[in-house]
Design a protein around this ligand. Sequence first.
Ligand code: GCU
Length: 429
Amino acid sequence: MTDYLERFKELSKVVTTDNYSDYYKEIVDLTNYDEAKVPAYSLPSALDVLPGKKVKTATDWMNWGRPAVFKMLQKEMYGKVVPRPDHLSFELLSCKHGALDGTAIRKEIRVHCGMRNGRCFKFDILFYAPLSALEKPVPAFVGLNFKGNEATTEENDVRMTSPKANGRYRDTENGVDESQRGVQVERWCFKELVARGFASATVCYEEIFPDRRDGWENSALTLFVDGLKGFKGAHEDYTSIGVWSWGLSRMMDYMETEPLVDATRVGVHGHSRLGKTALWAGACDQRFCAVFSNCSGCGGASLARRKFGETYLFIDNVMPHWFTKSLHKYNGCEETMPFDQHWLIALAAPRKVSVASATEDLWADPKGEFLAAKGAEEIYRLFGSKGLPAEEPPVPGIYLDGDINYHCRIGKHNQLLFDWDHYMQILQP
Ligand code: GCU
């Protein structure tokens, strides 16, 4: 039973970013999808984050428990919090009343970030709100997209922001490659959201940090950090997930200025690597009133100790810029981590948090995602909350509602209307 674990440990010692391709197939083949092979483990309690001192109350948690957990996760995984730029301004590029078949107001907003040292950086938000927002500000979802703003909507006059369209990162006004237009409409469900009274805003994550191991020098981090030129792979202090989270916070800055939005009711969401990012953004920025993790898996909502589905060994080598270098030491020995992913989910407390899995997404370990959500309950209880109202993973297709929410959609790795229906129910005022 431990054979595969032993091999994993051996591999962790020999695999490097440079020789990774030689081992890729073996690592993928070695991935455990057998519940019987999940090693026995016990979960560290976030109440014990500081030795010799137990978190006993919500006040303890907010005053010193949470800051200690937050500090540990910055160092071990997600990197330092990237600051707000010295100057931030929002340029309205377009505004269309009657978008989405006459149901919505659509805006495109360019976010300009500037530093006193003269450096600058910009990216574009696509924003939809229902017409009802003209009468009364509405709740809103904020999330990053994978393939450009044009991929999220069927409206073909939306500016292209995918790197593919622009042939490079940022700065290009007119894209040339239309291939991404409308390809992820079903993941964004703008029409359905607007019909139910929600606003929604998105930015292409590649505009914030190109998702490549050498994406550093074209990322928003260039505003703040020198010497990233030629940098590849994992960094001691910063991560792409940290920089993407920074982008979500800047979107929140915009939401605070947007008269159509009730800024006290903005939820952050994300799918897959962007679900990992949404959880971290919710941890970093408590202005988000709710946090939605969709199929976020390894390094997101699922427990590393289970060694089921994707592991850090894979991420550290294929996408080494996602996490800090210090995570490498846990490859193959996740049981030695002083924390696990339930601590990340607990950082959302006492706000609403939602974890969603999909039955066919074993790579993201649906059971591990449920158990991590459940593990965050110890912190929610400090606030008098019942947390997640179930002891076992629910039947697929059922919504579990509490301050911690969970569902497992029947189907593949994606974020679809079934997921959105739950998220809208949670964010409903
Ligand atoms: C890969 C990666 C996952 C990630 C996913 C995604 O599968 O291994 O960790 O969640 O991509 O972002 O689509």
